[in-house]
Ligand binder design. Structure first.
Ligand code: 13P
Length: 250
């Protein structure tokens, strides 16, 4: 019923030439994956055009890692949702913890970005997750609830139908320290229960991905959990064979 999804967030890695090669390798290897598993790659903005070309004819969909909070105009250095969509992307990652932490993104900014994503037919991959000190002080459920209420609860039911959520505990990102499968399941089930408060049964159709040091060696255990519908992969998505091995872990 729910889509199984493996998405690769390349972050600020690869040259455009390396990115095109990586995309070609992912597109080729994606033929080995189950038809039930959707694949998405999110390269840097500068690579969208050539990666879009490289993915043509494959099952792999294209995402951006961010978009501007304004539609167009005098916003030096920004890239609009319309520009991203026009290059063939169907998704945009919003609210990644690195954007919240290093670029000061707030729920207010994210609400603007979400609206522009939907207006341009980009489905958001909305990231939530607590920091280490928030988990240690047992505030993790409250933090994630606020990230959902302030942004996801502002969506219409029709918009919610398109949304993908990624739970990425900040302490697990790029640290090699993965949440245990039980910790992931506990939070994913909680997220789904919060979504159900607002969207009812539709919450059962929303794919919730796990992110944070997910790799071929731990993906199987994570994806076996009832509410873990796939992964948002950082480091391991930069190696085509690892990314595909993760996609084969359902
Ligand atoms: P890593 O897989 O490198 O921990 O990154 C996870 C992530 O932030 C994906 O968005």
């Amino acid at each position: 019923m729910r889509k199984q999804i493996v998405a690769g967030n390349w972050k600020m890695n690869t040259t455009p030439a390396e990115g095109a090669e990586l995309a070609k390798a992912v597109a080729e290897l994606s033929k080995e994956t189950s038809a039930n598993v959707s694949l998405i790659v999110a390269p840097p903005f500068t690579h969208l055009c050539s990666v879009s070309e490289a993915l043509k004819g494959s099952k792999v969909a294209l995402s951006a890692q961010n978009c501007a909070d304004q539609a167009k105009g005098a916003y030096t250095g920004e890239v609009s949702a319309q520009m991203i969509a026009s290059l063939g992307a169907s998704y945009v990652i919003l609210g990644h913890s690195e954007r919240r932490e290093y670029y000061g993104e707030t729920s207010e900014t994210l609400n603007k970005k979400m609206a522009l994503a939907y207006a341009n037919n980009l489905a958001p991959i909305y990231c939530v997750g607590e920091k280490l000190e928030e988990r240690e002080s047992e505030k993790h459920f409250d933090v994630v609830r606020a990230q959902i209420e302030e942004v996801v609860f502002q969506l219409t039911p029709e918009q919610f139908d398109q949304l993908i959520i990624a739970y990425e505990p900040v302490w697990a990102i790029g640290t090699g320290k993965t949440a245990t499968a039980d910790q992931a399941q506990e939070m994913h089930a909680y997220i789904r229960s919060v979504l159900a408060e607002k969207f009812g049964d539709k919450a059962n159709n929303c794919s919730i991905l796990y992110g944070g040091s997910c790799k071929p060696s731990n993906a199987k255990e994570l994806f076996a959990k009832a509410d873990v519908d796939g992964g948002l992969i950082g480091g391991a998505s930069l190696v085509a064979s690892d990314f595909i091995a993760i996609a084969k872990s359902f």
